[in-house]
Design a protein around this ligand. Structure first.
Ligand code: RB5
Length: 143
């Protein structure tokens, strides 16, 4: 299961992404926010992190204006590897090398056309599973 959340800065892009997920047939749960009214992004980062930590979801998408605040917050939560991506190469590499479980996007940074390609790349690229990458991913929790 995929969970998705945003603040007001990411709300419009989240609507585009949810439409796209429906077209793709990708099941997701929307954890807010629900309008353009100003909200605090840490609340939404925490919701996605908790859903992953509790096993309700295995992947998440988080969107704020830049993607920065929401990814900083997500990365403070145990077991969360959130990658802020502005292109498809980053999305591919973070799945292959970092086994990122959360994609962060900036709704005021990337346009919807590019964002949807980034989402597809993130969702469709598996972790490489190579020993050196698995070792480094494990080290993220330990250092
Ligand atoms: C909200 O105006 C904005 O600060 C937020 O969406 C995000 O860009 C923070 O990193």
């Amino acid at each position: 299961m995929l969970v998705i959340a945003c603040d007001h800065g990411g709300y419009e892009l989240k609507l585009e992404i949810m439409k796209h997920l429906e077209k793709r047939g990708t099941a997701y749960r929307d954890l807010g926010c629900d309008s353009l009214a100003s909200v605090d992004y840490p609340i939404y980062a925490k919701r996605v992190a908790t859903a992953i930590q509790e096993g309700e979801a295995d992947r998440g998408i988080l969107i704020c204006g830049t993607g920065i605040g929401i990814s900083i917050t997500a990365n403070k939560q145990k077991g969360i590897r959130a990658a802020l991506c502005t292109d498809c190469f980053m999305a591919e590499m973070t799945r292959l090398h970092n086994d990122a479980n959360v994609l962060a996007l900036g709704g005021r940074v990337v346009g919807p056309g590019l964002a949807l390609k980034i989402v597809d790349t993130f969702l469709d690229t598996p972790f490489s599973g190579e020993e050196r990458h698995a070792r480094r991913v494990k080290m993220i929790e330990e250092v």
